[in-house]
Design a protein around this ligand. Structure first.
Ligand SMILES: N[C@@H](CCC(=O)N[C@@H](CS)C(=O)NCC(=O)O)C(=O)O
Length: 210
């Protein structure tokens, strides 16, 4: 497997966690988002959306993290990142959706660049990011209180943690106050103790910058 990744980007971070949890080795292909490498013609041939991650498995290129996580679960079921009962699976997927569908898309690099082009300064952009993280985390907090038992859902890592940990990392980058979300913060901290989460951390990636 080959993972097109960028050290700080949430999408690839989600996949690095899942791949590490499932014990799957891969080659790391860095894409420099700050330099705009994702917009090159060469990378467009890899991912027509010009976004990371892309997972290349024997020449088959996969895009969209949620669908890749589902593919990983179907092809490498152990350890399971979804619970067994359909309602529990729905709960985990709903947590993933809060992050992947409702927080992350409006806070992406290209959105922030567009805000900048509209004349919104750094402080304004940070307020924008915090605005959407707050809304999403306010919904996640009671879900984790209800369903979490160490991890975001239950007492083993699930896809929800693969999404949550990178989003918390991102929130910290933007200096978002996470004190209103103690259960969420505790679940994130607990996950970070797991070796797979440690290995996937941005600072440990080959393209990490100080
Ligand atoms: N829905 C996509 C989102 C991918 C995405 O937005 N990736 C970001 C990094 S986390 C990216 O490549 N941004 C580059 C840009 O905005 O130019 C997925 O889940 O894979």
């Amino acid at each position: 497997m080959k993972l097109y990744s960028a050290w700080r980007a949430s999408g690839p971070y989600r996949l690095r966690i899942a791949l590490a949890l499932k014990g799957l080795p891969y080659d790391y292909v860095p894409v420099d988002l700050v330099a705009g490498e994702q917009r090159s013609e060469a990378y467009g041939a890899v991912n027509a959306q010009h976004l990371v991650p892309t997972l290349d498995v024997d020449g088959e290129r996969m895009t969209q993290t949620l669908s890749i996580l589902e593919w990983l679960e179907e092809t490498h079921p152990e350890p399971a990142l979804l619970p067994k009962a359909p309602l529990d699976r729905q709960r985990v997927r709903a947590m993933c959706g809060v992050v992947a569908c409702d927080i992350h898309p409006v806070n992406n690099l290209r959105i922030l660049k567009q805000l900048s082009a509209f004349g919104i300064d750094e402080a304004g952009r940070s307020r924008w990011v915090a605005r959407w993280i707050d809304e999403g985390f306010s919904a996640l907090e009671p879900m984790i209180v209800r369903h979490g038992a160490g991890y975001a859902f239950g007492d083993t890592p699930t896809m929800a943690d693969c999404l949550l940990v990178p989003q918390i990392y991102n929130a910290n980058r933007f200096g978002v106050d996470l004190s209103p979300y103690p259960a969420l913060v505790a679940a994130g901290a607990h996950a970070l103790d797991h070796p797979a989460f440690k290995a996937a951390h941005p600072n440990l990636q080959p393209d990490a910058k100080a």
